[in-house]
Design a protein. Structure first.
Length: 273
């Protein structure tokens, strides 16, 4: 009887040990999963893991600390889009004043006066991201939406018609190169590792771009020109192999059309054609 009781006790101890190890085997992955973050999983696999935020969120210390636990990259929701930089009404300056302020003015520029660009939000964001180890995906330079209509008009006035294609190319070059130059001339500009050069061309509705350059095609000349200007800016700063340029769009149904679009147009830009 005593031997039986001892055997039963030993069996009980063995079963208890087995159950403990079983519980550890079950809970260990769950515990690890609970400690995983987007940054430690997707960020580790892909190199960059980001989300869209605002300046106000970056300026909130608790929100910023949470962002840093989950991401190593941010994209501004609206504050780097054309209307945020150009403004909802034109604030003009002379060509000489623009040059004195460090803006890029094309040599063939037909406009005697040029719009001032508001970099105040961008400057604050770059500094915060630089000081907190966050990269920035710059979004976006050219978009059919959130670009003020006055930017496409003669004299930058809604009272006049649209400018010619050549004049609009000059304005686009002025805008793209002035924005990018401002970023990379900043001590904090190194945080910007890529640009969405053109956004949602394939979803464009009526806009100043379509009014001047026509409806959607598979070889949109102004899109190609936008990438040319952006690439020239990177080349000037020696960043061609360090900073990426993107065409940004959505909807998987367009994947074939986007692929053809990129193949026919953007690959040519990299060759300077």
């Amino acid at each position: 009887m005593k031997k039986h009781a001892l055997s039963m006790r030993i069996m009980g101890v063995i079963m208890s040990v087995i159950m403990v190890f079983s519980m550890l085997a079950i809970t260990a992955p769950e515990s690890k999963a609970a400690s995983d973050t987007l940054l430690s999983t997707y960020g580790k696999a892909l190199g960059r893991c980001g989300n869209c935020v605002t300046l106000a969120q970056l300026q909130n210390s608790s929100t910023l600390n949470h962002i840093k636990t989950q991401y190593n990259s941010i994209t501004l929701e609206n504050e780097m889009k054309p209307d945020a930089i150009l403004g909802y009404s034109p604030n003009l300056m002379s060509q000489s004043e623009a040059k004195n302020q460090g803006y890029y003015v094309p040599s063939n520029c037909q406009d005697s006066y040029l719009p001032k660009l508001n970099f105040s939000t961008i400057d604050k964001v770059l500094q915060i991201c630089y000081n907190n180890g966050l990269g920035v995906r710059a979004h976006t330079l050219i978009w059919h939406s959130q670009t003020p209509d006055w930017f496409f008009r003669v004299g930058y006035s809604k009272n006049y018609g649209y400018v010619s294609q050549n004049q609009m190319y000059q304005r686009m070059e002025y805008y793209i190169k002035s924005v990018m130059n401002h970023v990379y001339s900043s001590k904090y500009g190194s945080v910007v590792y890529c640009w969405d050069v053109v956004n949602e061309y394939l979803h464009a509705t009526s806009s100043g771009w379509s009014a001047i350059y026509g409806g959607k095609t598979t070889r949109p000349a102004f899109v190609k020109r936008a990438f040319q200007y952006a690439n020239e800016t990177l080349s000037y700063w020696g960043l061609t192999n360090k900073v990426s340029l993107f065409y940004n769009d959505y909807n998987m149904k367009l994947s074939i059309l986007v692929g053809r679009f990129l193949w026919e147009n953007l690959s040519l830009c990299r060759n300077g054609l």
